[in-house]
Write a protein that binds this ligand. Structure first.
Ligand code: ADP
Ligand code: MG
Length: 671
């Protein structure tokens, strides 16, 4: 029970049926049609064990002149006892055409006593169960949970929309829908009883997010505004801006101002910076760091992979070191003396900026005065890492500001529900001079043709990513492996440097390969998805993705974002292996049709549903159990509209409501 999260009575009461069985009616045997799932009643006319290909129990059930065969491949002596000739029996199952007429295989059955048995008055619930927890047991447990759970309304009048039923009635109906309840409305979850449950759930989520927001507002953060004002002449911020080889786009200027305004407040910032791949988030992070450093505080920048962390490190070093700023690099693979020296520089405050993987949030890393934490590709960090970061930030008396960056835009409904406690800045403009990426989809039978085309591109001085989905040959999956592809391409591109990059390489080897490719000495890079996040080589203009059908839409978009970063026209070739599944086809089509990350996120949500979309919140626990953001936008708006006033005027009711719906999952939701 605990595994299913069924701890309290209310949890049981909220364990809602997956579907229902209709035991409220009897279908005359004569009226049965193939494919029906039906309940029938008749008298057993014969009951024999046959052993043709397999031993089986064959029972004939008659009602008037109509007959139905009940067939059991697994059976016990008790079967024969209940199904003895002359017994009146009720059976329920799916009707199919058998060799000797219509039959049910392994129907549910029970003896009907003398004088008949009453029919069920409500549909019979079928609950999400597990092997250890049979339906019958769950039904009883849920029933008693439903009886015992305190289901009185905790919400004051006027909060719940008037067209929705009371919670107790809604639950009663969903567990035991009376005869005549629209099966369709139940199945579609559009019944008013469902709407009530979803509304309550969405409201609980809104309330918990608002509570988190208010708790945060009570925290104190360092005011990161330079004494002479941000961007004052001579400040690091101004010098960095002047040293950049480009001017900021309007969108970058806007989000920088939004962030700077947050940093100047005495409450910790909690802001998501979203911008499509290549929109230039890194420089925004660097300028934000400069604001913190100008104010005399340290900044930490975290990336989900070593490759990305190292790339950030190099870029920031290149930008900031000439300006006299100490930049430290911390990753998990850094050990021994070098690590100790780095830790010392961080602890003394000599390193104003610390770049690394999640190694930065480890316990032994002590900052002198951490003022700002930036997390790149925020959705890539696991829940545990995000919680660890929260704890780390809470260590200081003055809590650091937090800036999260993501190239996977959050659709509006998701932003409203999961991230209500998050301010969002959006870079909605790409730096000038980019040419759009053309995406082509090909069956992998045309690989040789593609290789020819790639050879021409390389001859023109272009660089190429060739992405493969797996590292080693797997017997189960017939995929190209990176080493094999590398060998083949190296042979095909005679005289051209072809490199290989995959997740199992030592990080120093990875770094060496990346350096070769970045410098342009290497023309073709065969890589697994380790290059997915954030790698930036502007001269790379061709990307070939093998087995593109195996990748998710968001992942393909991220990968594709590695090209199209310079002024030359870029191409992305998606190779697939037939046959394509319907969703695979849809994904590739979406990729070919648009390069807009927001549109792709919208389609991704459509194809996969929000549960999977939120990849990083894998555990599903944090997700909505009942409401569906794709469908329930209206309910979400209604919940959002009433939540603030409810929290303000009836804090006790709000707390009780959160407790009822979210119980112990509060901390998780904050991650
Ligand atoms: P992402 O948002 O995907 O992290 P990056 O920060 O890696 O994007 O930026 C992509 C590329 O665009 C980098 O080479 C960066 O230096 C460049 N860039 C960023 N802002 C501008 C700008 N305003 N004008 C020209 N190039 C820019
Ligand atoms: Mg980036």
């Amino acid at each position: 029970m605990d595994k299913l999260g069924l701890v309290r009575d209310i949890d049981l009461a909220l364990h809602l049926p997956l579907r229902y069985e209709d035991e409220t009616r009897l279908t005359p045997i004569a009226a049965l049609r193939e494919g029906d799932t039906a309940q029938v009643e008749g008298v057993v006319s014969s009951c024999v064990v046959e052993s043709r290909t397999r031993r089986q129990l064959v029972v004939r059930l008659v009602e008037g002149r109509a007959e139905l065969v009940l067939r059991f491949v697994h059976f016990f002596p008790s079967h024969q006892k209940t199904l003895a000739v002359g017994a009146r029996v009720r059976a329920r199952g799916e009707v199919r055409a058998g060799f000797f007429g219509r039959e049910m295989v392994h129907p549910v059955f029970k003896a009907v006593p003398e004088g008949g048995a009453p029919l069920a008055e409500a549909l019979t619930p079928v609950y999400p169960a597990s092997a250890q927890l049979p339906q019958a047991y769950l039904r009883k447990a849920v029933e008693s949970g439903l009886r015992r759970a305190p289901l009185d309304e905790v919400l004051p009048a006027g909060v719940v929309p008037r067209d929705l039923p009371a919670l107790r009635d809604a639950l009663q109906l969903l567990h035991h829908p009376p005869v005549g309840t629209s099966a369709w409305q139940l199945e579609e979850r559009s019944h008013p009883a469902w709407a009530r449950i979803k509304f309550d759930e969405l409201l609980a989520q809104q309330l918990s997010q608002l509570t988190a927001q208010r708790e945060r507002a009570r925290l104190r953060a360092p005011v990161l505004a330079a004494v002479h004002g941000q961007g004052a002449p001579g400040s690091l911020h101004a010098r960095l801006l002047a040293a950049l080889p480009f001017g900021l786009t309007g969108a970058q200027q806007r989000v920088c101002a939004e962030i700077a305004a947050d940093l100047a407040r005495p409450q910790p910032m909690h802001r998501l910076l979203q911008g499509d791949v290549g929109s230039g988030k890194t420089v925004v992070a660097a300028l934000s760091a400069a604001v913190a450093i100008d104010a005399g505080w340290q900044c930490a920048l975290m990336a989900p992979t070593e490759i990305l962390a190292e790339q950030h490190f190099r870029k920031l070093l290149q930008w900031l070191e000439p300006l006299g700023i100490g930049v430290a690099w911390l990753t998990g693979s850094r050990k021994g003396k070098a690590r100790a020296a780095m830790l010392e520089r961080v602890a003394s405050g000599e390193a104003a900026l610390v770049v690394g993987t999640h190694a930065v949030i480890q316990q032994e890393v002590q900052f002198a005065r951490l003022g700002l934490a930036v997390i790149d590709e925020q959705h890539r960090f696991g829940v545990a890492q995000r919680l660890a970061l929260r704890r780390k930030l809470a260590e200081q008396a003055l809590e650091p500001h937090l800036l999260m960056m993501s190239a996977t835009p959050i659709p509006r409904t998701l932003a409203m529900s999961y991230f209500a406690d998050l301010d969002v800045s959006t870079i909605d403009e790409l730096p000038p001079g980019r040419t759009p990426i053309v995406t082509r989809v090909f069956a992998d039978g045309r690989r040789d043709e593609i290789i020819e085309r790639v050879r021409d591109e390389v001859a023109k001085g272009r660089q190429v990513y060739w992405v493969v989905p797996l590292i080693e040959e797997s017997e189960a999956l017939d995929l190209q492996n990176a080493t094999e592809t590398h060998a083949r391409l190296a042979a095909a591109f005679d005289g051209v440097a072809v490199g290989l990059l995959h997740g199992r390489m030592a990080s120093s080897d990875k770094a060496a390969v990346m350096a070769e490719f970045s410098s342009g000495r290497m023309s073709v890079l065969v890589a697994t998805t380790v290059i997915e996040v954030g790698v930036d080589v502007p001269n790379a203009s061709v990307m070939v993705i093998e087995h593109a059908e195996r990748f998710g839409l968001a992942q393909l978009h991220q990968l594709r974002g590695r090209v199209g970063r310079g002024a030359v026209a870029s191409v992305c070739v998606l190779l697939y292996t037939s046959p394509l599944s319907p969703t695979g086809r849809e994904r590739l089509k979406a990729m070919a049709e648009t390069t807009d990350g927001f549109e792709i996120a919208r389609r991704d949500l459509e194809i996969r549903g929000p549960g999977e979309f939120m990849g990083a919140r894998q555990s599903g626990d944090a997700l909505l159990r009942f409401a569906d953001l794709g469908q329930d936008g209206t309910l979400l708006e209604r919940a959002r509209a009433v939540a603030p006033a409810l929290l303000e005027r009836h804090p006790a009711a709000a707390a009780a409501h959160i407790q009822r719906w979210l119980g112990g999952r509060m901390e998780f939701l904050k991650a």
